[in-house]
Design a protein around this ligand. Sequence first.
Ligand SMILES: [Fe+2]
Length: 390
Amino acid sequence: MVHSTDARQARTEWWLFTEAVGVVLTWLALAFLAIVKTTPNGKSIRARWEFYLSSAFLAFPITCRFLFNIDSSLLNYLIIFALLLAFAEWKNKKQKIWFPRRACDLDQLPRRILEFNGSGLDDPAVKDFVYRTRRNQIGSIALTHKHGQTIPRIQYNKEEVKTWGVVYRALRQLHARHACKEYNEGFALLEAHCNFSEHTIPQLEDISNYLEKCTDFRLRPIGGQLSSRDFLAGLAFRTFHATQYIRHGANPFFSVEVDACHDLLGHMPLLTNKKFADFSHEIGLASLGASEETIKKLDKCYWYTAEFGLSKEEGRLKAYGAGLLGCVKELQFAMESNEAERQAYDPSKATVYTHPDYGFQGLYLFSESIQEAMDKTREFLQQLLVDPVQ
Ligand SMILES: [Fe+2]
């Protein structure tokens, strides 16, 4: 009798021990999922929901056991099954990097846009509910757009056209002084062929058709910011993901989020340039299936050239980066302020610089010419592909 009681107690203790181990393993798995589901630039909306669902699934049996005192061997099996799922998820994440293999695979990218966390920012675009509703409505077009379809036209309202006009006029004055020759040439083409003017917001479909003829590039609508990997993957298919919504009218000269002013006024002119379009394509190709480390390096190369690059023209610094040429305040800061730091572009050094997500960059890298910046980057890409650790 005594022996039987001891044996039962021993079984209970063993049972409690294995249960405690199960709880610890489950929550370790949850913490691990939280890490692997975090992308380098923040969590994507899809990843966030995947994480919540995985967490709920893993936590369910534990919750049943502790809150409702349900003791069933079925629950043990559920815990083991959930842990196996978490392990399979980790293996999958580690082994298979998803990237588009055909242009139609880009249809998946609009669902992978990054979540914008601007709650701490004092910006009208973040707090205006009516504005965000309109912005999201325009952005949602990307979700149903498929490869090869005509890009839907936006009926912009008076407020949006007014904001575009204010930005357009201010930028064109600055472009005359600070933009490089290649950009101004491209801008003239867009004014002549794609309805670029201070009175009209050009439509993506028109620009896409024109770019396709000029440089074999095309546009796709997007509802927000993509991760570096996904954005670069688009370039690999000579596709630029462009937003259609316009920034908030209360702050036209600086926007914390990408919008049509940045994408169209900043990026489009140089995409009419064959050499620059090819350069963008090559960075995109290098990104397909690349490791996270390599993606970070490619992103920095793109950032300090296509987004914020400066080049010399007859001894004077000019801007060719879209982050400058599509933003009044930052263009003035980068080109006219003594506080801006300017250094020679070296891709291997650029890959270790850090830059703020919101606000002025502060550091801008210049080359003797855009051609030199492209050549240096190509050389770096070749070394990177041979030895990704360098
Ligand atoms: Fe950009």
